[in-house]
Design a binder for this molecule. Structure first.
Ligand SMILES: [Zn+2]
Length: 397
């Protein structure tokens, strides 16, 4: 049994406690969380830390299989440039892929991450996930812009999904984005998602180019698909509407949905999203460090907060980030949006991530019976309760 106290405890889904005490079994199962009313009492065997204690982090968006591309892709080139580089470099030093994924998995664990929503195009990450202490949900991503590719892309994604599931790893087939998935392929994914009530995750409005592609078929994405990938785009009829509206027309209302990035999502998009879906099962995943890396632009976070959207945090991959750390994402948000409270950041990085991945019975909050992982964040401004650039995370359990 361990009794652990810290200057502040943020339980994830409850208001914070000053000098509270967390009681855990040696295996990390939470037994009790005690509100001392702020008065720290001397007790035999009590460990006390200066800092903020929080549950294990949930990384709601990652691509483990791109870990070997760390530092290989130039920054701030826009999504068109980034996709072109990924396409060219994906197989570069592929012999290092396995080792780099294992390193990334180890670093995430070290950074206090207990669960990950990981996007995969193949079963390359299978062994790493099978041997990991982290709980993964794999989003097996299907893409194919030309309608003639739908059958093949869908069959392959289902095959990869079955590989993961066969070994007890949770997985679901999901569409990559509105600009890379044909209507035919979207419809197949929709039908399967409805039948199996699976979780869906879609890249949404990550770049200005995505808006242009749907508005009039122009911009970097059109160039990427047509000129670099050499795909015939003559069938493409720009809808003249927002790409999010197109995506939502294929996503069943009943399923959990993670919309990832939302860098260029407008107030009108949010109103439309609220009309078309329940807030309860809809999550906006923010990956601010990847947004700065690729587009050098951040999503309208304060708008999402004002509209009471469920926000989660993700790291994206090492192809577009320097580190896979939820705390690093929190730091970037805190720096650019000083008004965001620590209470909100912890809710986004722990509790909402576990809701989005259907894992609230295991992670996201310091509640008795769960084994959520316990992190200590040091280097916090304890007067103002703000994350600073000196903040660090240490795993206590
Ligand atoms: Zn991504």
């Amino acid at each position: 049994m361990r009794k652990i106290s810290a200057t502040y405890i943020f339980p994830g889904n409850q208001p914070f406690l000053k000098n509270g005490i967390l009681i855990c079994n040696d295996d990390g199962t939470v037994v009790d969380l005690i509100d001392t009313g702020g008065q720290l009492r001397e007790e035999a065997g009590l460990e006390h830390y200066t800092g903020v204690m929080v549950p294990g982090f949930v990384n709601a968006h990652c691509h483990l299989e791109l870990s070997h591309l760390k530092g290989k892709i130039p920054e701030k080139t826009g999504l068109g440039g980034f996709l072109g580089a990924i396409n060219k470099l994906r197989n570069l030093e592929i012999e290092n892929q396995e080792a780099e994924m294992e390193k990334a998995d180890f670093q995430m664990k070290h950074a206090g991450i207990v669960a990950v929503g990981d996007v995969s195009n193949s079963y390359a990450s299978f062994e790493t996930k099978r041997n990991s202490k982290i709980k993964y949900h794999t989003f097996v991503e299907a893409f194919g812009f030309h309608p003639s590719r739908a059958e093949k892309a869908f069959t392959f994604a289902e095959f990869v999904e079955s590989m993961f599931r066969e070994f007890g790893l949770s997985a679901s087939v999901t569409p990559h984005s509105p600009y890379s998935v044909s209507e035919n392929l979207f419809l197949k994914i929709r039908e399967k998602a409805l039948a199996e009530n699976t979780i869906l995750s879609v890249h949404n409005q990550e770049s200005r180019d995505e808006l242009a592609f749907f508005k009039d078929g122009s911009g970097g994405i059109a160039r990427h698909v047509h000129e670099i990938l050499g795909i015939d785009i003559s069938h493409w009829q720009p809808t003249g509407k927002s790409s999010l509206e197109f995506t939502l027309s294929f996503i069943p209302k009943e399923n959990l949905l993670l919309l990832v990035h939302n860098t260029f999502t407008s107030p009108e998009d949010i109103q439309m999203l609220k009309r078309k879906r329940n807030r309860e099962n809809t999550f906006l995943v923010l990956c601010p460090n990847a947004n700065l890396y690729i587009e050098d632009h951040l999503p309208p976070v304060l708008l999402f907060q004002k509209e009471k959207m469920n926000i989660c945090l993700g790291t994206d991959s090492l192809a577009s980030n320097h580190m896979l750390s939820v705390l690093q994402e929190m730091k970037t948000l805190q720096e650019h949006f000083p008004e965001i409270t620590l209470q909100d950041l912890v809710e986004w990085g722990c509790w909402n991530g576990s809701r989005a991945l259907g894992l609230t019975h295991l992670f996201g909050s310091l509640e008795s019976g769960k084994k959520p992982g316990v992190n200590l964040i040091t280097g916090v401004d304890l007067q103002r309760l703000k994350i600073t650039d000196k903040s660090k995370v240490k795993r206590l359990l």
